[in-house]
Design a protein around this ligand. Structure first.
Ligand SMILES: [Mg+2]
Length: 149
């Protein structure tokens, strides 16, 4: 995730960044890397409004990461459905066309963002070790990505 160039986002007129939590910001041990912390700090300093938009219902997990990063969050977002995205628009006043959703899952982050007319930024998952449910979705995502090439 730390590889995403902020000036590329600026060039595309992005002003708001929504970050997925699991496997985008943190791994399965809930570790937040220095590089990730640095990236979020740089993004905020560059003038982006940054938030976490996560499907997790584990409040302690998301609130801990959010407080380390100094950002607000929405949990139980139900991506790819509009619920959490709409909450971000209402609570954080994000403008969809100027918002980038950064995440590691096509079927939640990318599909959800595109449905809301947001820019989606697909990142490699931090960890290959995944819950069964997520692992099951991966082959389909690989197939979709292949079709996009
Ligand atoms: Mg994720």
């Amino acid at each position: 995730m730390a590889k995403i160039a902020l000036d590329e986002l600026k060039k595309r007129d992005i002003q708001y960044i929504l970050l997925d939590l699991d496997n985008t910001l943190i791994d399965y041990q809930r570790n937040l890397s220095e590089a990730t912390i640095e990236w979020v700090k740089n993004a905020k300093e560059a003038g982006f409004a940054v938030y976490i938009l996560s499907n997790t219902n584990k409040i302690d997990k998301v609130s801990t990461a959010a407080s380390i990063l100094g950002v607000e969050y929405i949990s139980s977002a139900r991506k790819p459905f509009p619920k959490g995205f709409k909450e971000a628009i209402r609570r954080f006043q994000v403008v969809p066309e100027k918002t980038a959703m950064v995440g590691d899952q096509v079927l939640t982050d990318v599909v959800g963002a595109n449905g809301m007319h947001m820019v989606s930024v697909y990142v490699d998952p931090i960890s290959k070790k995944e819950h069964l449910y997520t692992s099951w979705k991966r082959p389909l995502e690989a197939w979709i990505l292949k079709k996009y090439e």
